[in-house]
Structures are given as structure tokens and as C-alpha cells.
Design a protein around this ligand. Structure first.
Ligand code: XMP
Length: 519
């Protein structure tokens, strides 16, 4: 496995919900990290020349049949090991402790009292809050080569360290990676800097250069096709490819007629004018809209758009004769979700939905330069590569575009109405400095007409819904508390400026139970 940095602290992932978060925290501290299979052989870890190893939490009990274990050789690598929750219990078992059910399952905040000093706890107050989430805990350390450093009221062994000479181990029963542990980042930094002696040189600019080198190595003198969606991931992928191979990058953008106002112009100006890439725009609005004629069922709309996308993309790609590679903006969460994240094995990744869900048999070799990155890291990479702010900080936009925001049948006329509403909405959100504070904001044209009064006359026109959400990961989301006066301006402008709309409503549903999109 080629690593993008020479200072790495891998995480053995025992299945914790927050294992990814540990990797992010380590990277934020300037040290490269990745999730690996819990049973990764110690020899494989040794070959990575790690500065330390972290054992994550996990849902199992250490004595469950089939509970994940690590290679005990992990403790003989000669580097510090930090165990978190299940990882701590497992390690303590190895060091001779007894692990059992806690008297009381402990979920939530607990008060930690530090009893002995250690560089791991450097600059952390003697009493501090930590976040616990466990049903088991260490019940007896008497026979173990482990000593206690801190405890909480119900967990006597909340922070421990080994006393076994060469086998350097520290363990915490709580979760330092979550924000509810206010000094958790400090603890992780202490582990990395004080114990692992990391220098914290993982920087996005290093990553960019290493990724550029790797792309050059992979594609040699070949040409690469990159499907652009206008979204952050495909934009940054293209920018990176362009930095690596210049005009051997051939970008393809499908205009499906379901785009926002000025979307095509923005993509063209970014890639033709700013990056000067070779850009093919496939003009396919007629084909998409004719596929959608008479279709009202959301899944059927999606299916037809997906199928057409593949055909249009394939045709556009066929017109680029010498390309053997296809670049994809696959991110680390996609790699992990598909079950291939561990140990960096080459993965059969679900193809990137932002560029429409291309099938695997297109006959290209994949180039996936961002497979190790989280979404916020992609944005940083975009900045390093000089991608304009307007592209780097864009809200996501679904592959099927405005088709899933015109509820019911999609027509050119309805799309035109929605585009105008959407543009006004975004203008006002930007003007109120709310764009960066919200995760996604859009308008939805409802298949409903309502009665209104304009001037002296009765109207019977469309209803538009406004959706604005805040979310970290788009799996759950809350509706944004947009100030009333901003909503008032939006509503006023839409009703006055967009012909055919006489009512605006605001969506106050969270996800779950609703979804972000309406279809
Ligand atoms: P939902 O509606 O599932 O949306 O809460 C979560 C996020 O995914 C986006 N989304 C899509 N993106 N193709 C995409 O590329 C799709 O078919 C699709 N459906 C939803 C949505 O905009 C939100 O960011």
C-alpha cells in the first residue's frame, strides 16, 4: 500500500460508530490516519512504519463468541498504542485485566478525576467532563501490568497505562473523539505528540503534491476522462487531474436540462476559462425531457434520468478516442461504507452518484485520487488547488437535478418557474450571509395551485416550498432557523418577480422522519 504521507497512525476499527471521527481528529492534528481491519497482521502494520496505533471502540463485548480481536503483536511493534472503549478493554485483557459488565450501562456525560499525571493528560484539568458510551468495563486490574490514571464515579478505570516496559499502551474508557468530551482533542494530540513523537506535518498541500505524483504514475502518458457534475467532489477531482496531467484531462459535462439557472455557464467558465481544460458539453436536454414526459413517480424519474445519463456520457466518452482512464470523486466515507476501506485493499467502490451513477463496465481504468479524504478535506484540497470559492463552498445538488424538485410531471415551463424561484432564494441567502451557515437550500415547485389575490383580481397559481437544512453528514438534518425577515424578503420577491407563483411556504421538517429532498 502506498501511503500519502510518511507519518501515519493507523486505527484498527472494531466497528465503532465514531471510528471515522477518530481518523478525522488525528488528521486535524496534522498526522495522517486511516481505518484498518481489526485483524490486520502486525507484520502489515510494521511495514507501514507507523508512529503509533489506535484501537477504536466497538459494539461487541470482548468475551462474545466471534468478538473482533487484534493481533497481539500490535503491542510489540515498539510504538505507543492507544485503546478507546472496546479497544482499551481488549488491550487490558491482553495485559492481564478482567473485563465484565458494568453495574450500570453508562451513556452520556461523566465527570473524570485525574489521579496520576502522564503526558497523555498534559494540560487537561484535573476534573473534566468526558463522554461515555459503554456496557462493559474493566472490573479488575490487580493481576494486570496496567495502572489507573483517572476515574469517574461509576468507572474506576477510566484512563489507564501499561507498566509492561517495552509494550507501551494507554487506554481510555470514554470517547475523546466526540465533541462532548471537551478536552478529547487535547488528549489525542498528547498521544500523537507526546507519546508517538509525531511532528504534525500532514498538510493538504503535501497531500495535493503526493496525489498529483500518484496520478502521474498511474496514467503515464494516457488521457483521462472526468465527468463533471458541477459539485465539489468532481470539481476538485478535475482540478487535481488538471494539475497532474494538464490537457490530457478531458472533462465531460452533461447538460440534462434539469440544471439550476446559470449552472452550465458556471461550469464552463470554471473549467474552460479558469482552468483551461478540454471540456466537452453534451447537450442532452431534449432527450432527458422527452424521457420524463408524463412521468410522475419519483423512482421512475430517477431511473430514466440515470439510464439516459449513462447513454449520453458513454457517447461523449466515445468521442474522446485515446482515453483509457476515468476519474471519479470517490471519497473515504464511500470507500468505508462499501466495506473496502480497511487495509486499503483495492475496492469495488460504488460508483460516484454525483456524476450520475456510471456502471462499472464502461471499460475504463478508474482514477480515484481522493479515496483517502473526508468531505471537509476535499474542500481544503480545492482551496490548495486554486478552485474558486464559489465552487469549493457549494451546497450539494442531486444528480437528478431539478427533476426531483418539480413534484409530479416535469415540463420546461415548470422548470423555468422553479429556476427563477431558486435563483432569488439563493441570492437572498447569500445576501443575508447564510450560505456558509446552511448545508443545503433550495426551492421546490409543488403540484398544487392555490387561490390568491393580486391587484383587484383573483389568482389561481403555483405554490413553492423553501427548504433549508443544517447537517454534518446529510444522513440526519435539521431545518434551518432562517430569520423571519429573510424569509419575508424571499417570499415577497418570489411572489412579485416570478410569474405563476402566488404562495410560498417554508418546510420545517427534520430528517428523519422526512428526507432533505421532497422526492
Ligand atoms: P435525502 O433527500 O435522501 O438527501 O435526504 C440527502 C442528500 O443527497 C442528495 N440526493 C441525491 N444526490 N443523486 C444525488 O446525487 C440523487 O438521486 C439524490 N437524492 C438526494 C440530496 O440533495 C441531499 O444532499
Amino acid at each position: 500500500m502506498t501511503l500519502p504521507h510518511d507519518e501515519v497512525v493507523p486505527i484498527l476499527d472494531f466497528g465503532s460508530q465514531t471510528a471515522q471521527l477518530i481518523a478525522r481528529r488525528v488528521r486535524e492534528a496534522g498526522v495522517f490516519s486511516l481505518l484498518m481491519s481489526p485483524d490486520t497482521p502486525a507484520s502489515e502494520l510494521r511495514a507501514m512504519n507507523p508512529k503509533g496505533v489506535i484501537l477504536s471502540g466497538g459494539p461487541a463485548s470482548v468475551d462474545d463468541p466471534g468478538a473482533p480481536r487484534c493481533d497481539p503483536g500490535v503491542f510489540d511493534l515498539g510504538v505507543p498504542v492507544l485503546g478507546i472503549c472496546y479497544g482499551m478493554q481488549l488491550a487490558c485483557l491482553e495485559f492481564g485485566a478482567t473485563v465484565g459488565r458494568a453495574h450500570k450501562r453508562e451513556f452520556g456525560r461523566a465527570n473524570l478525576s485525574i489521579r496520576s499525571g502522564d503526558p497523555l493528560l498534559e494540560a487537561i484539568p484535573e476534573r473534566t467532563t468526558v463522554w461515555m458510551s459503554h456496557g462493559d468495563q474493566i472490573s479488575d486490574l490487580a493481576a494486570a501490568s496496567v495502572e489507573v490514571l483517572a476515574s469517574t464515579d461509576s468507572c474506576p478505570y477510566a484512563v489507564v497505562r501499561s507498566t509492561a516496559g517495552e509494550r507501551r499502551f494507554w487506554g481510555v474508557q470514554f470517547h475523546p473523539e466526540v465533541t462532548h468530551t471537551p478536552h478529547g482533542r487535547d488528549l489525542l494530540r498528547n498521544f500523537l505528540y507526546e507519546h508517538c513523537r509525531c511532528t504534525g506535518t500532514w498538510r493538504m498541500s503535501d497531500f495535493a503534491q503526493a496525489a498529483i505524483d500518484r496520478v502521474r504514475e498511474q496514467v503515464g502518458g494516457g488521457a483521462v476522462i472526468c465527468g463533471l457534475s458541477g459539485g465539489v467532489d468532481s470539481t476538485v477531482t478535475a482540478a487535481l487531474l488538471h494539475a497532474a496531467i494538464g490537457d490530457r484531462l478531458r472533462c465531460v459535462f452533461v447538460d440534462n436540462g434539469l440544471l439550476r439557472k446559470n449552472e452550465r455557464g458556471l461550469v464552463e467558465s470554471t473549467f474552460r476559462d479558469h482552468f483551461r481544460t478540454n471540456l466537452t458539453v453534451a447537450d442532452a436536454a431534449d432527450a432527458f425531457l422527452s424521457d420524463l414526459q408524463g412521468i410522475t413517480e419519483p423512482q421512475e424519474k430517477r431511473k430514466r434520468i440515470g439510464n439516459r445519463f449513462v447513454r449520453v456520457f458513454q457517447e461523449a466518452a466515445a468521442s474522446i478516442p485515446d482515453a483509457r482512464f476515468l476519474a471519479q470523486g470517490t471519497l473515504y466515507p464511500d470507500v468505508i461504507e462499501s466495506g473496502h476501506g480497511h487495509s486499503g485493499k483495492s475496492a469495488n467502490i460504488k460508483l460516484h452518484h454525483n456524476v450520475g451513477g456510471l456502471p462499472e463496465d464502461l471499460g475504463f481504468e478508474l482514477v480515484e485520487p481522493m479515496r483517502e479524504l473526508f468531505k471537509d478535506e476535499v474542500r481544503k484540497l480545492g482551496e490548495v488547488l486554486g478552485v474558486p470559492d464559489a465552487m469549493v463552498w457549494r451546497h450539494p445538488f442531486p444528480g437528478p437535478g431539478l427533476a426531483v424538485r418539480v413534484l409530479g410531471e416535469v415540463t420546461r415551463e415548470k422548470l423555468a418557474v422553479l429556476r427563477e424561484c431558486d435563483e432569488i432564494l439563493l441570492e437572498e441567502i447569500v445576501a443575508a450571509e447564510l450560505y456558509r451557515k446552511t448545508s443545503q437550500v433550495f426551492a421546490v415547485l409543488l403540484p398544487v395551485q392555490s387561490v390568491g389575490v393580486m391587484g383587484d383580481g383573483r389568482t389561481y397559481e403555483n405554490v413553492v416550498a423553501i427548504r433549508a437544512v443544517e447537517t454534518q453528514d446529510f444522513m440526519t438534518a435539521d431545518w434551518s432557523r432562517i430569520p423571519y425577515d429573510v424569509l419575508a424578503t424571499i417570499s415577497n420577491r418570489i411572489i412579485n418577480e416570478v410569474r405563476g407563483v402566488n404562495r410560498v411556504v417554508y418546510d420545517i421538517s427534520s430528517k428523519p422522519p422526512s428526507t432533505i429532498e421532497w422526492e
